[in-house]
Design a protein around this ligand. Structure first.
Ligand code: CTP
Length: 400
């Protein structure tokens, strides 16, 4: 059980933090509370003081009656920080290291993992400034609980409602169990979709966005791993704490994997690698006026996952992906895991609408030699955690 610092910022959802706190206590956690000065307009300081049995931190210059207590004691107390609800203002403050009140000072003065449950008007949520702040926080390993969709107290409809208590407490439990469990591991993740050139401007490509690989990389880093991402044509913001290697074609991806993946503790092949490429690339641009048809001869690319499966050394944990469609898909995925020599295979059914390529959600089944588990539709960050759970539990780490 953990010592949880609950940071409450202002907003109509602030009263719901009482319920979250009681549930955390019911689960056996010790909870103390800091509030922003404006939060106390929405929910009483005395409520939290009575329920936590401790003074609530609200005034940086206020005096606690406990001898020796100072304004950083809340930060020292925290093993996990939960900001619930987190206003747009508090998100901006913690993203930029502002220490203007007791809550933000406590976040800045602590190295505990941070879970954020935002609640705000949908327009504020979607504003590029808020999204940029969320992105910064995600890159630093902060777990963001995406708000629910619905009608807000101000009458606007959209994303912005504080998530329910069970979802928030589950996110805290996830952080409690995964924090630093990949410390010292060297993780290599491939992502994106390769492009095989036809001529100087045209290529054979696919619809992979790289979002799954990015989520895996951010979560692996947040869990303490040293992470290298080998990416093909991904245009997503990069995390300064992660090493990125660009490999736009199947051949370049293969070479980069031989350099980086062979010695890694955990390798995750999330890239959509072209199975075939043109046997030759035309210099310049093919002139369409010379013919009404165009014939391309394609040759097979190297199956990188199979190659890595064959070269896998003792202790390395190799994970592949299988994008399959329809009810035969799972059987093909099982067969693929064995054929390609991987320890685990992440199967997703690409015939299911609204998941997979380009989407923010995924619905995965993880297959190993001894276990199969299907997970409900969730954000790619949550799916990433389930995949990393499997790797963390099954591999002891070659470098340890
Ligand atoms: N993969 C790879 N090299 C390739 C093609 C695919 O490493 N040339 C990897 C992918 O990164 C993924 C897994 O193989 O982890 C499965 O990819 P998928 O496209 O589902 O499978 P196919 O390669 O098409 O499978 P099959 O061998 O059954 O055709």
């Amino acid at each position: 059980m953990a010592r949880i610092l609950l940071g409450v910022s202002s907003g109509i959802a602030a009263y719901k933090a009482v319920d979250v706190m009681r549930e955390l206590q019911r689960q056996g956690h010790e909870v103390r509370v800091v509030m922003t000065p404006n939060a106390s307009r929405f929910v009483g300081v005395e409520t939290f003081a009575a329920l936590s049995g401790h003074t609530v931190g609200i005034d940086l210059f206020g005096h606690d009656e406990t001898p020796g207590f100072d304004h950083l004691d809340f930060a020292r107390f925290a093993q996990i920080i939960l900001l619930c609800p987190a206003s747009a203002n508090t998100l901006a403050a913690i993203a930029h290291g502002d220490a203007g009140n007791m809550l933000t000072t406590s976040v800045l003065a602590s190295d505990a993992p941070v879970v954020v449950a935002p609640a705000m008007n949908p327009k504020m949520w979607h504003h590029p400034a808020t999204q940029a702040n969320l992105n910064l926080l995600t890159q630093r390993g902060v777990a963001i609980i995406t708000p629910a969709e619905g009608t807000l107290a101000d009458g606007d409809v959209g994303i912005g409602r504080l998530q329910d208590t069970a979802t928030i407490c589950a996110a805290v439990a996830n952080v409690a169990t995964t924090h630093n469990d990949l410390d010292g591991r060297n993780v290599v993740i491939t992502g994106g979709g390769t492009r095989e050139p036809i001529d100087a401007v045209r290529y054979i490509g696919n619809r992979s966005s790289g979002k799954m690989a990015w989520a895996l990389a951010d979560r692996a880093r947040a869990r303490g791993a040293s992470v290298t991402v080998i990416h093909a044509n991904v245009d997503l913001p990069q995390n300064p704490a992660i090493t990125y290697v660009s490999a736009p074609t199947a051949d370049q991806l293969y070479t980069a994997c031989l350099t980086h993946a062979v010695h890694a503790d955990i390798v995750i092949m999330a890239a959509a690698v072209a199975d075939f490429r043109p046997t030759s690339t035309t210099a310049g641009k093919i002139d369409k006026s010379t013919s009404t048809t165009l014939e391309l001869t394609l040759e097979k690319t190297t199956d990188i996952l199979s190659e890595l499966g064959q070269r896998k050394s003792v202790g390395q944990f190799l994970i592949g992906f299988a994008a399959e469609a329809g009810h035969e898909g799972l059987a093909r995925a099982r067969e693929k895991r064995v054929r390609k020599g991987c320890d685990a295979l992440v199967y997703n059914d690409i015939s299911v609408p609204e998941i997979g390529f380009g989407s923010d959600d995924n619905e995965i089944t993880i297959l190993t030699a001894t276990h199969e588990e299907r997970f409900p539709r969730a954000s790619k960050g949550t799916c990433a955690d389930r995949i990393l759970d499997c790797a963390a539990a099954s591999s002891s780490g070659r470098s340890q």
